[in-house]
Design a protein around this ligand. Structure first.
Ligand code: COA
Ligand code: MG
Length: 288
């Protein structure tokens, strides 16, 4: 799976921002037709995204296009406008049921077959960011075409009538519901946007909190946020060294017939090994 520590959005009609995004070395670039794009710019966003997919070199960055939500009336034209130019993935916002994913999966598969592209090569990422979406996570997250669930904090707060606060306690239940659904289905979980994009210190705190909770990445809306987010979701040298030490000593301890043992004054057993292996696979995915 593509590493998605930072997923940067920009309005799909904004050619300048798209051309900037491809220079940033960001893991994922998400050209938006939904809420980042004004109602009178939806058509322009479609053609601009198609042009970007056709003409720009995205380097190692993943090319994503976010369509409007299912039921908006725009979703069909959105997906049809961009799919022929072979994005790496489609992002569907405000998903509330398994059928929403199925709808996109069917269209994508038809396109893959029509062009002779490998089936499942275009990935689906979904936003789950409404009360209904959180309630139906169990079914939604089981869809076989999914790669990742993106949790939209602002949309969710609006959906339940919560006031957003800096420490985001009003979102904790839903964030953890998304995390659990992702872990159970081997999906990436992508955390909330920090909309106060000038405050990079708060961003760092929130990104580290998200990484600590178990998210694999975070949404970003401004170029300055990208390095801060990517760093927070890359295990530190120290964490990698400690994880390696656990993996090595665990094996020796098992051979000696001990399931639990002591390392640097701490108890180590199976769950700590599993966590250490996760740290190492994240470091590897981040190119470390
Ligand atoms: N992606 C790529 N480039 C971006 C960018 C983004 N999301 N946001 C800003 N830039 C570029 C600007 O074009 C500008 O480029 P330049 O230096 O070549 O002129 C540079 O980064 C600095 O931008 P800045 O002036 O600090 O920001 P702004 O005031 O122009 O825009 C926002 C601020 C928040 C309106 C803008 O960052 C934005 O639109 N972000 C994305 C919002 C979005 O997509 N929301 C929907 C999903 S949640
Ligand atoms: Mg949203």
């Amino acid at each position: 799976m593509h590493s998605r520590r930072a997923l940067l959005y920009m309005p799909g009609d904004n050619w300048k921002m798209i051309t900037k995004a491809v220079t940033l070395g960001v893991d994922s670039i998400c050209m938006d037709m939904e809420d980042g794009t004004a109602v009178n710019k939806k058509a322009e966003a479609r053609t601009t995204i198609a042009k970007a997919l056709r003409e720009l070199d995205f380097g190692a960055s993943e090319k994503l296009a976010r369509i409007n939500s299912i039921g908006s009336g725009w979703e069909q034209d959105d997906i049809e406008a961009v799919l022929p130019y072979r994005p790496d993935g489609i992002v569907i916002p405000k998903v509330e049921s398994y059928d929403h994913v199925e709808w996109a999966g069917k269209i994508i598969e038809d396109t893959e077959l029509k062009h002779g592209w490998q089936v499942n090569s275009i990935r689906i990422l979904i936003g789950v960011e409404t009360a209904k979406g959180i309630l139906n996570l169990k079914e939604i997250a089981s869809h076989p075409r999914l790669d990742a669930i993106i949790f939209g904090g602002e949309d969710f707060a609006a959906s339940i009538g919560a006031t957003r606060t800096k420490d985001a306690i009003e979102l904790m239940y839903a964030r953890q519901a998304v995390l659990v659904a992702c872990a159970a289905n081997d999906l990436q979980a992508i955390d909330i946007v920090t909309i106060d994009y000038k405050d990079l210190e708060s961003l760092r705190v929130e990104a580290e909190q998200g990484a600590g909770l178990g998210f694999s990445g975070k949404q970003a809306i401004h170029p300055n946020q990208v390095p801060v987010v990517q760093e927070a979701f890359t295990p530190s040298d120290e964490a990698v060294a400690y994880a390696k030490k656990i993996v090595e000593t665990f094996e020796a301890s098992q051979k000696e017939g001990r399931g639990a043992y002591s390392l640097d004054g701490k108890m180590i057993d199976m769950p700590l090994l599993k966590n250490a292996q996760k740290v190492l696979s994240r470091a590897k995915a981040a190119g470390k």
